[in-house]
Design a protein around this ligand. Sequence first.
Ligand SMILES: CC(=O)SCCNC(=O)CCNC(=O)[C@H](O)C(C)(C)COP(=O)(O)OP(=O)(O)OC[C@H]1O[C@@H](n2cnc3c(N)ncnc32)[C@H](O)[C@@H]1OP(=O)(O)O
Ligand SMILES: O=C([O-])CC(=O)C(=O)O
Length: 384
Amino acid sequence: MSQAQERTTSSAAAAAPEIHKGLAGVVADTTAISKVNPDTNSLLYRGYPVQELAAGCTFEQVAYLLWHGELPTDAQLTELEETGRAQRALAPQVRAAIDLVPTTAHPMDVLRTAVSVIGASDPTAADARPEADLAKSVRLLAQVPAVIAYDQRRRRGQDPVEPRSDLGYVENFLHMTFGEVPDDVVVDAFRVSLILYAEHSFNASTFTARVITSTRADLYSAVVGAVGALKGPLHGGANEAVMQMFAEIGDADHAEAWLRDALAARRTIMGFGHRVYKHGDSRVPTMKASLDRLVDHYGRPDLAALYDRLEAAMRAAKGIEPNLDYPSGPAYHLMGFDTPTFTPLFVAARITGWTAHVMEQAAANSLIRPLSAYSGPPERHLQG
Ligand SMILES: CC(=O)SCCNC(=O)CCNC(=O)[C@H](O)C(C)(C)COP(=O)(O)OP(=O)(O)OC[C@H]1O[C@@H](n2cnc3c(N)ncnc32)[C@H](O)[C@@H]1OP(=O)(O)O
Ligand SMILES: O=C([O-])CC(=O)C(=O)O
């Protein structure tokens, strides 16, 4: 190589931008909503450890905390509950829109469509004042359970169940889905799962919501985009994929051989691994404890055995730990939800975190627009 060529190569190398594929390790902004700390395996919502919130709070209290930064007083909680309870029923046009979506479509497609119609029917959709965005967030929190319950029931050929305003959020959700409020152990496991799923800093779906908000689009558009991002199996779609995987393995005694073959085929093992946590997901022990109680309640030690054997085999083979979707999938299965409904349940919880981030982004906005390094052909021209 000539000296001139060397100079060109080294100056090109010096100018080459550092690429952060997948934005891994990039700190994109500040947030006061939650702190994910992989070093201490901890997760704080507005400063509170999520385990403490899961042990002692209702889901509505956690929603209020994420939106407002503080836990509600009794009067504030009552106001939130009453506003939500009054909005639990679906408008006829939302039901009609759901009915138009074929049942061959995934329930996440139905939910995405329903949120879009809820937004398009809201005359305040374009009102970007913080109090208007908060009201939209409360509305979505109240209506998403009705969409999920309505869709699962229509797929089963069952009539819809009307909401009950005398029930709390969690009990009413289960009532609308199953036509009855199940035993306390089930209600409590569901409550815990919703609190654990509520918020997780700049994950892919939340970041999607923030990107959309950064263009000054409305809150419903941000949530529709976030639902799309959550659907993928590398993100929220993993909870249903865990159950499909369990069905494929069938029996705990097959776990090790199944995993050996799956890894040899370079398959991704669903419910394992995490972009941020590399030594285990802070939420898993709490959800696993709820799963254990469900296993006892329903008398399903076979499911617990499969869970444990696959987890141990994955740890031995790859040193990779489960994420929250691993215990949540079988927990939702035991509660009686259909497998394709699992990711919509994640949406019901994450609506709180998404909308908190939408409001935080809007309050201190800067258009999110990273740079790219061009890797296509050099400049060229049409002939003649
Ligand atoms: C609530 C949530 O959304 S949590 C995430 C839910 N998603 C899943 O459970 C899907 C399965 N998991 C995965 O696909 C990944 O672990 C992700 C997408 C979550 C994180 O991905 P990344 O941060 O890109 O992981 P990373 O590339 O650092 O992985 C390191 C190595 O472990 C491997 N690995 C990571 N997770 C898995 C897995 N679940 N199965 C098999 N191998 C895995 C990667 O292939 C990679 O191997 P290599 O170095 O030989 O190529
Ligand atoms: O943080 C992430 O990348 C994914 C995750 O666990 C979540 O969104 O709950």
